[in-house]
Design a binder for this molecule. Sequence first.
Ligand code: AMP
Ligand code: FE
Ligand code: FE
Ligand code: ZN
Length: 290
Amino acid sequence: MTSRTGAAPRIDLHTHSTASDGTLTPAELVRAAAQAGLDVLAITDHDTTAGWAPAVGALPPGLRLVRGAELSCRWSGTEPAVPLHLLAYLFDPDHPELVAELARVRAAREHRGERIVALLRADGIDVSWPDILAGAGGGTVGRPHIAQALIRIGLVGSTREAFGPDWLGERYRLPKDDIDVFRAIRLVRSAGGVPVFAHPRATRRGRVVPDELIAELAAAGLAGLEADHEDHSPAERAHVRALAADLGLFVTGSSDFHGTHKTVQLGEFSTGVEAYERIVAEGVTEVASG
Ligand code: AMP
Ligand code: FE
Ligand code: FE
Ligand code: ZN
C-alpha cells in the first residue's frame, strides 16, 4: 500500500468524535483527516460504535476508515484495580455479548458522572448533571464533559487543568465499573476484532500495569501495543517497542485526537503500514473506502 502521492501512507489509528469525548462530529472528523493528509483513519470512540455510520457516510474520496472503539477496562490483579484502555478494530458491531457489555459500561459512566457531580455539588461547586449530560449530546459521557462544566463556571482554564489533582484527576476522581481486561480481549476476538493495548505505559495518566500482565494478555489474544502516543515519554516508547518485539506483538502510533479537548493534532503520531496490514488481515469488518 502507498499513499495517493506514492509516499509512505499516513495512518492514524486512534481518534475520538462527538460519539464520545471528541469535539468534531464523525463527519467532521473524517473530513479533517483527509484535510490533514491522512490515508487511513481509525475512529475509536470510548465504548461505542455510534460514530461508525455517520463517519462512513461522510468519507472523503481516497480516505480509508478503520472502524473501531476504545474499551474501558480494568485489571483486578492489584488493589485498587488499574483502569486501562483497549483499542478494538474491525469487530462485528452486532456481536450480542459485546453490544451488551458496551451498553453496560456506558450506563456505568453515567452513574459515575452523576456521583462525581454530587461530590462537586456537596463542596458548593455549582455544576449540573443534566447540563453535563446535555453537553455530551448523546455521546458516551466522560470526565472531559465534566471538565467543560468546570471551565464554563470559570473554576479552571482548560481541560488539562481540570484533570489536575485538585479536580477530576484525583480529588473528584471516582472509578467506574469497567470491563475485566481478559474478558474484553475474549469478547473482541469472538466478535472478530483485533485488540490493541492503548498507551500501556502512560505513567503520567496514573498507575500502569506490569510487563508480566502484558505477557499474559498477549497469550490471551492481544495483538498489538500502542507505542507512539503523546502520553509516553521517549523512554516509555522504547520500552513498549522492546516488549512488543519480545512478545511478537505489533506496535502502533496514534494521535488519540479529541478535537479541542486536547492540543494534539490529527496525524501527529502514526502507525507503520505493516501493523495496519496485520489489523486488516485479522479483522472481520472491511476497511471502508471513500
Ligand atoms: P474518563 O473516560 O471519563 O475516565 O476520562 C478519561 C478521558 O479524559 C480520556 O479518554 C481523555 O480523553 C481525557 N483526558 C485524560 N487526561 C487528560 C488531560 N490531562 N487533558 C485532557 N484530557 C484528558
Ligand atoms: Fe477520551
Ligand atoms: Fe485512552
Ligand atoms: Zn482515546
